[in-house]
Design a binder for this molecule. Structure first.
Ligand code: F6P
Length: 321
């Protein structure tokens, strides 16, 4: 293996730069050249790529976003779009492609390999932590810290006004961020898509909180929970008549300096991706499971479901007494 390419795709996540850097530098250390593709699969389709050396990734480990830029490519969804991308990779004499992204990006990588025989390796880069085959995804730890910081601030104003705050966090169809933020932020209640809990339950929770002497409450809602934060707030106001405020944290959760856990995970996985190619492994996502590097067939990462930590869920409820 003489030359590999790397791209970031889908929603950006803090730590993607650390992963790019690790791919570039471990490849260079092993005598392998690296081509950086800009704007994910969109850029691959357009042939927007150039060689990346170790100095090109200097001073990036601490930066949020992705220096390679990213996109949610429409053209890549067509076989013709992918054929053009494969042609560009062949023209550049690329022996393998590292795709840093989430499940949508892994679909794209999978088809590229199936249809054109180009070896691919996926690195889990998404704040959602929703990929089967890795305990954590790159960007998740930072997103949780960012959301938690916001929750702490909202608690200050909520407590001062004796109000109820319903805070919506990201996670697409998954409740990992919501659950971690709820337990670490001391929330009274958390709504996640993995649980079928009816929204009306919140009325009883708030009434009980009042009875226990809590003047203000924090409720965390994962964006994937039906109705989102607005639905939960409406249920509270309709059921209790209490003043409620909604805060939807949104894309702020994707930005910022990656925390150390994301940088370390990205560095380890970036190195392991290059090593995997050298060992003749491809068609997998390289993740970390129980502290060890693990390989999961790309298709399994979206076909098998990664559950939330049910024990944490139970614990968060218990501690909100
Ligand atoms: O997958 C990352 C994520 O931030 C999700 O949490 C969210 O649902 C989605 O991307 C938002 O996508 P976009 O940036 O396209 O609005």
């Amino acid at each position: 293996i003489k030359r590999i390419a790397v791209l970031t795709s889908g929603g950006d996540a803090p730590g993607m730069n650390a992963a790019i850097r690790a791919v570039v530098r471990s490849a260079t250390s092993n005598g392998i050249e690296v081509v950086g593709v800009r704007r994910g699969f969109q850029g691959l389709h357009e042939g927007d790529m150039s060689l990346l050396g170790p100095r090109d990734v200097a001073n990036t480990i601490q930066r949020g976003g992705t220096i390679l830029l990213t996109a949610r490519s429409r053209t890549w969804r067509s076989p013709e779009g992918r054929a053009l991308g494969a042609e560009h990779l062949r023209k550049w004499h690329v022996d393998g492609l590292v795709v840093i992204g989430g499940d949508g990006s892994f679909h794209g990588a999978h088809y590229l390999m199936e249809e054109h025989g180009i070896p691919v390796i996926g690195l889990p880069g998404t704040i959602d932590n929703d990929l089967y085959g890795t305990d954590h995804t790159i960007g998740y730890f930072t997103a949780v810290e960012t959301a938690l910081d916001a929750v702490d601030k909202l608690r200050d104003t909520g407590a001062s006004h004796e109000r109820i705050f319903v805070i919506e966090v990201m996670g697409r169809h998954a409740g990992h961020i919501a659950l971690d933020v709820a337990i670490a932020g001391g929330a009274e209640e958390v709504f996640i898509p993995e649980d079928e809990k009816p929204v009306a339950d919140i009325v009883h929770v708030i009434q009980e909180s009042l009875r226990k002497g809590k003047a203000s409450s924090i409720v965390i809602v994962a964006e994937g929970y039906p109705g989102g934060a607005m639905g939960v707030a409406k249920a509270i106001e309709d059921g209790t008549g209490l003043e409620t405020r909604v805060s939807i944290l949104g894309h702020i959760q994707r930005g910022g300096t990656p925390v150390s856990s994301d940088r370390i995970l990205a560095s380890r996985l970036g190195e392991a991706a290059v090593q995997a190619f050298m060992d003749g492994i491809s068609g997998v996502m390289v993740g970390r499971t129980n502290g060890e590097i693990s390989y999961t067939p790309l298709q399994d990462t979206w076909e098998k479901r990664k559950d939330v930590n049910r024990d944490l869920y139970r614990c968060a409820k218990l501690l909100s007494v």
